[in-house]
Design a protein around this ligand. Structure first.
Ligand code: AP5
Ligand code: MG
Length: 214
């Protein structure tokens, strides 16, 4: 059974690898970023609160984020495992997750830490295009769609995320260093961290993940 976290800076390839992991291992993919973007699109109360943070690349408050994740993990499809992408993002969220799982006698099986150098992250994110329908991630140079502006999977229109501007990306990377990177030590200290080199091709990154997950 997989109860996994995908950890890594903005642009590391968490979403890209998540699709492959879902395909092979069949676990639900829980991306807090996707949940916020969906709520922003539908203009829900949560979306209205989250948008002021996501647009600046700041973290949405823990109180909101943790409740959403717990509610999601209570759903039936998570009984057979799950893959969290973008959560936890600070030591408080990590402690909440451990406590929540502990109450049910569960533990994380692995934390996959995808590493990519800073210089590479900026070009990955400013060149990223995402499908407005299914959310699939492409890149104008690295992962081009077969037809420009059109999603390979569902034919949806490819757009740029509002937080993929240079200024916001810079802030997201800084927020990652200040608040999320300390989690590497948190999970390393409890022997749950697997380091994945994210600087190689998506196929090669996935091969490393398969090695860890088996
Ligand atoms: P979130 O959606 O989680 O964004 P992020 O962490 O910044 O990560 P990204 O989705 O930008 O990158 P990714 O690692 O998924 O990369 P991708 O695979 O797309 O969060 C957004 C916002 O929501 C946050 O800023 C915050 O405001 C809020 N939020 C979310 N979770 C929260 C939480 N827990 N607490 C509080 N607030 C929260 O790949 C990137 C690009 O690179 C693509 O173009 C792709 O095609 C390309 N690429 C991928 N792999 C490779 C490769 N191996 N080689 C070359 N190119 C590649
Ligand atoms: Mg993502």
């Amino acid at each position: 059974m997989l109860r996994t976290i995908l950890l890594g800076p903005p642009g590391a390839g968490k979403g890209t690898q998540a699709s492959r992991i879902v395909e092979k291992y069949g676990v639900p993919h829980i991306s807090t970023g996707d949940i916020f973007r969906d709520n922003i699109k539908r203009q829900t109360e949560l979306g209205k609160k989250a948008v002021e943070y996501t647009n600046k690349g700041e973290l949405v408050p823990d109180s909101l984020t943790c409740e959403i994740v717990k509610a999601r993990l209570m759903q039936d499809d998570c009984r057979e495992g799950f893959m969290l992408d973008g959560f936890p993002r600070n030591t408080y969220q990590a402690a909440v997750l451990d406590e929540f799982l502990g109450e049910q006698g569960l533990k994380l099986t692995t934390v996959l830490n995808i590493r990519v150098a800073d210089e590479e992250l900026m070009s990955r994110l400013t060149g990223r295009r995402v499908c407005s329908k299914c959310g699939a991630s492409f890149h104008v140079v690295n992962v081009p769609p077969k037809q420009e502006g059109i999603c390979d999977n569902c034919g949806g229109e490819l757009i740029q995320r509002p937080d993929d501007t240079e200024e916001t990306v810079r802030n997201r990377i800084q927020v990652y260093k200040d608040q999320t990177q300390p989690l590497e030590f948190f999970y390393m200290a409890t022997d749950r961290l697997s380091i994945i080199d994210g600087a190689v091709s998506p196929e090669e990154v996935f091969a490393q993940i398969e090695n860890v997950l088996g």
